[in-house]
Design a protein around this ligand. Structure first.
Ligand code: PLP
Length: 355
């Protein structure tokens, strides 16, 4: 018997989200972004639900290999490219597409002995200053790469900083348009936020991560619920212990003192599962259909909930920590983070169930 905690994946919702994103992004081809174990949804379980996407994009070479080994033949893009020269053998053998964001990668690429030219995504910096070549150097970089016999198809890629900043977007658009007016090239610019809010950047390919999983890139549900996108993941556990506590009793670590008589439940979920420890006391959870809240500090393997308002709750009652009823954005907000961090930090000890 294992701990009664689980991540449940709704297959129908995931497939439905994919087809909705297809509609929102019009004729663009769609990369399903499955880095960080498919944002905690389990790449080994969900890849088969995403076969309608035009390819998978991720940063882990091991998972790219997994996809090839189970027979996936559509394009696979490594969003950060190769980290060292010897990985190029794998890119070559398994027909993987590499992002190229740095000069050193071009030098390595130039001198490697490939069996076939490598398809690449050339990354340009549009203000994030994280990866990529400066847009002002576009011509030099593009021409150098196109002249290499080792390079196959080339796509221009960038990642936007701030889609709320209208003047930044306008500026970037002007800069990119001046390049695209002169060069007929394929482009891939849009992540989830851009797909939602700035669709004129869609171009040939879009890269969708968080939207696929039915969560909002801004943390505001209403951005996506209008489109019918729904959360794919339900994170839940069960009550494994119940007791009554009195005024003055201490609860868990941290000297949390009870101020009124209560019935409390211990839930098999703690910070080592990925439930944030720095959460505010009083974060909502759903117990057998009734909303109540956490109380006291989160332990490594357990958390405490207030059952005073749930007289019917019993050992074995189901507790939704986030999902369709408890908004992950609310939980994220109460622990000062974003949904991206919560889902991608879930522990590998939690079983993933496909519904
Ligand atoms: C993670 C990632 C994405 C996906 O971002 P979402 O906001 O989840 O859609 C897109 N592009 C790159 C380069 C990424 O690293």
């Amino acid at each position: 018997m294992s701990r009664p905690i689980s991540i449940t994946i709704d297959s129908t919702i995931l497939k439905n989200n994919l087809s909705i994103i297809r509609k929102i992004s019009f004729n663009s081809k769609l990369w399903a972004v499955v880095k960080s174990n498919a944002y905690g949804h389990g790449i080994r379980y969900i890849w088969k639900l995403l076969l309608d996407a035009d390819g998978f994009a991720l940063v882990e070479l091991e998972d790219a290999l997994f996809l090839r080994k189970i027979g996936y033949i559509k394009p696979i893009l490594l969003l950060e490219g190769f980290f060292e020269k010897k990985e190029l053998e794998i890119f070559d053998r398994y027909n993987l597409i590499s992002c190229i964001h740095s000069e050193w990668q071009i030098d390595v690429l130039e001198h490697f002995n490939f069996s076939a030219p490598l398809d690449i995504y050339v990354k340009f910096n549009s203000g994030m200053n994280r990866f990529g070549f400066d847009l002002k150097d576009f011509l030099v970089i593009w021409n150098r790469l196109s002249s290499l016999k080792n390079v196959g198809n080339m796509t221009m890629m960038t990642h936007f900083v701030n889609i709320d900043d209208f003047s930044y977007l306008k500026n970037t658009r002007r800069c990119i348009s001046s390049i695209l007016d002169n060069y007929k090239i394929k482009c891939c610019f849009a992540n989830s936020a851009v797909i939602l809010f700035s669709s004129y950047f869609n171009y040939d390919w879009v890269r969708s991560g968080i939207l696929l999983y039915g969560l909002s890139p801004t943390g505001n549900d209403s951005d996506i619920s209008n489109y019918g996108l729904k959360p794919v993941m339900t994170f839940s556990s069960k009550i494994i212990f119940i007791r009554d506590v009195n005024i003055g009793d201490i609860l868990g670590y941290g000297n949390y003192i009870i101020k009124e008589k209560k019935r409390i439940g211990i839930v098999a979920c703690g910070y080592s599962d990925g439930y944030p420890r720095n959460i505010s006391i009083s974060t909502p959870v759903l117990v057998d259909g009734v909303i109540t809240k956490t109380i006291g500090l989160i332990s490594m393997d357990t958390l405490i909930i207030d059952l005073t308002c749930c007289p019917k709750a019993h050992i074995g009652s189901n507790v939704e920590l986030w999902g369709n009823n408890i908004s992950i954005d609310k939980v994220a907000c109460m622990s000062n983070t974003i949904s991206y961090e919560l889902i991608s930090s879930l522990s590998s000890r939690i079983p993933i169930l496909l519904k």
